[in-house]
Design a protein around this ligand. Sequence first.
Ligand SMILES: [Cu+2]
Length: 345
Amino acid sequence: MRFASLFLSLGLLSLSGETLAGCVNTCRNPPQRKEWRELRKHERLEYLEAVRCLASKPDVTGGLENATNLYQSFQATHSQQTPDIHWVGHFALWHRYFTATYEKYLREQCGYRGAQPYWNWALDASATDNSSMAVYNAELFDARYGFGGNGYFVESTAEENPFNLTGRTGGGCVKDGPFREGQFFLNVKQPKGQSDCLRRDFIPWILNYFARQSLVNHVESQDDYTSFARALENIPSFTQPNIHGSGHFGVGGVLGTLGNSALSPGDPLFYLHHCNLDRVLWQWQRKDLPKRLHQVGGPVTPMDYGGKNVTLDFEINIGKLAPNATLEELLNPQGNVLCYGYHGL
Ligand SMILES: [Cu+2]
């Protein structure tokens, strides 16, 4: 009798498993993302090695904007879509999909076993001293266990610096670390056969001012997706801070790669910066999941705040990197399209 009932229940289990296959959640053991400093040193080296590995794999875009390797496939895809993915309702979810796909490639193409790390700049930003260099914490910018530091200083012309930003400290090629000049090449948007180096142009006042925890709290206190999305990006200006600008312009400044709106994924720190913004989004979503797993808003066309809004079935396209996904699918980091979590959340 016992065996019979066991068989019966096993039979039912497999039957229900098959019947439900179409709607079973496929996300098992999601990789847990951590802050860079939470990684052990050997884990940091494994991550850096995996990024360099991506740059040794073939491009998948067919040479989009002169991309020559898989790392540059990501940079070129972002570059091509730049006019359509910022100051729109799908900004955060486009970048969520992009970062998660990068993480997936690191794991599947380069044998990386960890999750995408993030850089929580609010931990370093000074609330009182905008000139503080402590914000460039040694561990992230370390030459051996990090991404290397600033570029050498070069003057910028008025044309290159239309916002007339002050306090620039770099602008040239990164001098040390695994992505230094001569070790790491960026071909996207360069004349065919030519490449640029990775450039950084630290501007301490921007990083300290834009990366403050108080500003993160302001973004996370928004009531609905539309206002969250708008607070996250704020306005394209340096007179008002916005946390999205912190990493981009605090590290990339005027002449650095991360400060270039199209080419910013050429700096491997792009993915740690955007991963942190994604963590902010997920923290905000978790305050009211029943609502915030199914709510989007904001303009389809950049800054068109009175115009057409994105909806849950709006499709995100990241070109040849992955199939299209809807905003509703991307709202869930542990669904059938995305599969990752944040350690401690
Ligand atoms: Cu972007």
